[in-house]
Design a protein around this ligand. Structure first.
Ligand SMILES: [Zn+2]
Length: 74
């Protein structure tokens, strides 16, 4: 069940979105932690999927990324 590309393209910052990792719906305005902020940055700069992950997944990914992508963390 892999869809490519453009499904679920939402405009506007306050939309409910569905996380592309865990499929949880989340509010993009949800309070974010330091790791979630780092994850958001990484999503924009590294994975190019900003806005598609919930804060929890951003957070988890940021924690992993900080272990493996130290060159982005100087
Ligand atoms: Zn998620």
């Amino acid at each position: 069940m892999v869809k490519t590309g453009e499904e679920r393209r939402v405009t506007g910052e306050d939309e409910q979105r569905m996380c592309s990792i865990c499929r949880r719906e989340f509010d993009s305005a949800e309070a974010s932690s330091l790791f979630a902020e780092a994850g958001e940055w990484l999503a924009g700069e590294v994975w190019k999927d900003a806005g598609q992950l919930c804060p929890k997944c951003l957070e988890n990914r940021a924690k992993l990324a900080m272990m493996y992508l130290s060159e982005y963390n100087t």
